[in-house]
Design a protein around this ligand. Structure first.
Ligand SMILES: Nc1ncnc2c1ncn2[C@@H]1O[C@H](COP(=O)(O)OP(=O)(O)OP(=O)(O)O)[C@@H](O)[C@H]1O
Ligand SMILES: [Mg+2]
Length: 273
């Protein structure tokens, strides 16, 4: 299955940028079982694009559709699990348990209790400790993980994770990255919105770069890392990829598209000068 955005433009009818298009003629395709890294500067339209994909906003012009038409767009959009950039905005229940149970209950799924427990455990919020906590009493990092647990409990096959590691400490970031890594292994389609390329580049198949509401780049990750014309784009490459590029410029016969930092370190250490 594939979801397609064709000439999609959007403007907010209220707010500071009234009437100004924040997405301009977007053409994109997302295929199932792939992991996408959606990046771009602040205000480039990443969250707006996520809200359109989820069907929480409608394009001002253009069209979003499911390519093989096997299911209607609205059913597909309902089935997408989305965690918002500001997780506190999505909580509305009194306890962690109720918060996580809400989605699967609305979807009419079975074994809700088990799903709640498993999804909380899988994000590192042990059920026993957290089930009766008030969601907004959790730390920021715990709230992010709760937001992800709430969607895991719904067992979606498509996920949109808007800035899942923003504002987390190193331990919190590592936990979220590990969690997303496990999701990629279980053949889910995942769109990760992030500025932190280094954390996710090893997990993703494709990168999409938005700038001022337009798609500046959509590429396979390896092709993206090898592309020497990229220096002009406002993309901060992962540290190890920058080092590999510098060494290549200095004449090393070296692959610059390595996504795993440890592998890059090994290649550099073993290089025969
Ligand atoms: N509810 C809203 N009403 C009016 N304008 C909005 C609204 N939400 C976002 N905008 C504007 O739309 C543009 C795109 O915002 P969006 O949040 O999609 O960008 P973003 O790439 O997710 O940014 P960030 O990296 O800061 O999260 C910005 O100029 C923003 O000010
Ligand atoms: Mg955003």
């Amino acid at each position: 299955m594939e979801v397609v955005l064709k000439d999609v433009s959007f403007y907010y009818k209220s707010g500071n940028v009234k009437g100004e298009e924040v997405l301009k003629g977007i053409n994109l395709e997302f295929q199932e079982n792939k992991c996408y890294l959606l990046t771009g500067p602040c205000g480039s339209g990443k969250t707006t694009l996520a809200l359109l994909l989820k069907g929480l906003l409608d394009p001002t012009s253009g069209k979003i559709f499911v390519k093989d038409d096997s299911i209607p767009l609205s059913s597909f959009q309902r089935s997408i699990g989305i965690s918002f950039q500001f997780p506190e905005e999505q909580f509305f229940k009194e306890t962690v348990e109720e918060e996580v149970a809400f989605g699967p209950t609305m979807l009419g799924l079975k074994d809700i209790g088990k799903k709640v427990k498993n999804s909380l455990d899988s994000v590192g919020l042990p059920y026993k400790k957290f089930s009766s906590s008030f969601p907004l009493d959790l730390s920021f990092g715990e709230q992010r993980r709760l937001a992800i647990a709430s969607i895991i409990a719904c067992e979606p096959s498509w996920y949109i994770l808007d800035e899942p590691t923003a504002g987390l400490d190193i331990e919190g970031r590592d936990k979220v990255v590990e969690l997303i890594k496990n999701l990629t292994k279980s053949k889910k389609t995942i769109i990760i919105i992030t500025q932190e390329l280094g954390l996710f580049i090893d997990l993703c198949d494709e990168i999409i770069f938005l700038e001022e509401g337009t798609v500046k780049l959509k590429a396979n990750i390896k092709a993206f890392l090898e592309d020497e014309s990229l220096d002009g784009l406002e993309i901060s490459l992962p540290y190890h990829n920058r080092v590999l590029r510098i060494l290549k410029k200095r004449g090393w016969d070296i692959k610059v598209s390595i996504t795993n930092p440890q592998e890059a370190a090994d290649v550099i250490a073993d290089y025969e000068l």
